[in-house]
Write a protein that binds this ligand. Sequence first.
Ligand SMILES: C[S@@+](CC[C@H](N)C(=O)[O-])C[C@H]1O[C@@H](n2cnc3c(N)ncnc32)[C@H](O)[C@@H]1O
Length: 223
Amino acid sequence: MKIDILTLFPESFAPFEESIIQRARKKGAIQINVIDIRTFSKDKHKKCDDTPFGGGAGMLMSVQPVYDAVASVKKKSSKVIYPSPSGQVFSSQMAKELAKQKHLIFICGHYEGIDQRLIDIFDAQEISIGDYVLTGGEIPTMAIVDALSRFVPGVISEESLQEESFSNGLLEHPQYTRPRVFQGREVPKVLLSGNHQKIKEFQLQESLKKTKKVRPDLLKGEK
Ligand SMILES: C[S@@+](CC[C@H](N)C(=O)[O-])C[C@H]1O[C@@H](n2cnc3c(N)ncnc32)[C@H](O)[C@@H]1O
């Protein structure tokens, strides 16, 4: 899986030099390239913003550098993603689907975003990470790339994926580690019993209890 990330702020992607994503990059399970949109600007001052037609507050990203940056990496089979508050809300299922693609291109918006024609020309999928507005598309891109990378074969173990929140439509059950008693709070006894059947039943009950309390919409199949 190859991922090209187009941004005005390439240094924002330092987190991809760490931990699981960095290991996946090193062993070749995923290839991530961060590309500076500004280097494509034909403006003599490398300007990358412009005023929106029709007026209104703020600036838009200039069309030319974004277009040229996408065109420099796009192949026939590439899928273009534009993280945007007005996109479909991201989910584990979407992450799983995106992980099947060969080549993804992310356009990180800034200011008031990008020209609609870029979305149309590249048939970009707009994806929102929630009903709020961030200052730029770098954090949404990081969230989406991180989540989908987990479903790329070889990035994490199959077993870890199966026991995760949303894998069976529920939130994960609470987890505990040593010590058995911490600040007077004991680990549930069944987890120390060694009885795997009982442990599984307990964890499923806890999972259901938590989902009912925190995300009842998941139980009603609303999400
Ligand atoms: C300040 S926002 C632009 C908001 C836009 N004018 C609107 O009202 O929908 C700048 C950029 O941040 C990114 N962004 C902000 N919030 C986001 C969200 N909830 N999900 C995905 N991307 C988001 C997008 O790439 C967007 O182009």
